[in-house]
Design a protein around this ligand. Structure first.
Ligand code: FAD
Length: 293
């Protein structure tokens, strides 16, 4: 989220963009996205919250959900309907701004360090200088910067989770000895599982690298490969962590090995927006020549 925040500010620009980027790059402030709302769920790009003109700037009230690093981050990119009713605006709001409150504690299945909590905004006053990008241009920013950077980043994280589970499974299979001195790795079913996992991880990694390279090059056809890379990498992480559990057996089900943590962490990617359900629709639409979203 921190990297996507920086990419969004760099891509959109704005009066305060340089100062925000310096504090994000130095590590002085952590950045995050406050896009999701209970009322729109997976459709994070269609917020119900609306800014209202106030004191030469805007005033924002309402509730954002699932804000990663909520309460820990210093800069929150808040997506709202613009005060004019024309398009969306994205504002960078400081974590210590008056009227900001964080609600709840993170109790997710995995991603224990994520701290996704609700962000409550009560008449938060925001200067126009805090807007990222041109007035009303928020949707363009979401689809041209936020989504591609987030999708490639999350895909890479999931390849990493799958690769870590594969490595742990191989180490365990090689080192686990039975009474007769043979190792778990000598069991053919285990060899097949390891082979399948390695093929899956390598394939997903190649897809993510290709998507990242196309995105970096500004290729017009990058969107479909980027969306496919996220779906593939998150599905791979879910499947490979399950296979790693099967390789490691009962020991993999306990905290003695990191497999159970990887397995829980790998469940988040599919439901993080753009969710895999939504992405599969968008990929199908794009390939059939229909407008996305
Ligand atoms: C660990 C974690 C961290 C997160 N961090 C952030 C963050 O930092 N900032 C932020 O803004 N949000 C964040 N989110 C929120 C996330 O991006 C989603 O917006 C949120 O998970 C949607 O949840 P929901 O239950 O409201 O989905 P719902 O809208 O209720 O959807 C439920 C299911 O139905 C599917 N679905 C719904 N509509 C469609 C459709 N039209 N086509 C196909 N499938 C559909 C969805 O894919 C999903 O699987 C985070 C979520 C998680 C789990």
């Amino acid at each position: 989220m921190h990297s996507v925040t920086a990419a969004t500010i760099a891509g959109g620009g704005g009066e305060n963009a340089g100062a925000y980027l310096r504090s994000l790059a130095s590590g002085e402030l952590v950045g995050t996205l406050a896009f999701s709302e209970r009322g729109t769920g997976a459709h994070f790009y269609a917020p119900e919250l609306q800014a209202a003109r106030h004191n030469g700037g805007v005033r924002i009230s309402g509730r954002k959900s699932f804000v990663t690093s909520g309460g820990h981050a210093g800069i929150y990119l808040v997506l709202v309907q613009s005060a004019t009713g024309e398009g969306l605006d994205c504002y960078a709001i400081q974590g210590d701004a008056e009227g900001i409150r964080f609600d709840g504690a993170w109790e997710g299945l995995g991603m224990a360090g994520n701290s996704s909590v609700a962000l409550e905004l009560s008449d938060v006053e925001v200067a126009d200088a805090a807007r990222i990008g041109e007035a009303g241009a928020g949707a363009g920013l979401v689809f041209s910067v936020v989504a591609p950077f987030f999708l490639v980043g999350l895909a890479a994280v999931n390849v990493g989770i799958a690769a870590a589970a594969l490595k742990s499974a191989i180490d365990h299979a090689a080192n686990r000895r039975y009474g007769d001195g043979s190792s778990l790795a000598e069991v053919q079913m285990i060899q097949h599982l390891i082979a399948d996992m390695d093929i899956a991880v390598r394939s997903a990694r190649l897809l993510v690298r290709e998507a990242a390279a196309l995105g970096d090059a500004g290729d017009e056809g990058a969107l479909v490969p980027i969306m496919e890379a996220k779906v593939c990498a998150t599905q791979t992480a879910a499947a490979v962590t399950q296979q790693a559990l099967e390789v490691c057996g009962g020991q993999g089900y306990t905290p003695a090995l990191p497999i159970e943590r990887h397995l829980r962490d790998a469940r988040a990617g599919a439901v993080m927006a753009p969710t895999n359900g939504v992405l599969r629709s968008w990929i199908g639409k794009a390939l059939a020549g229909l407008p996305v979203p």
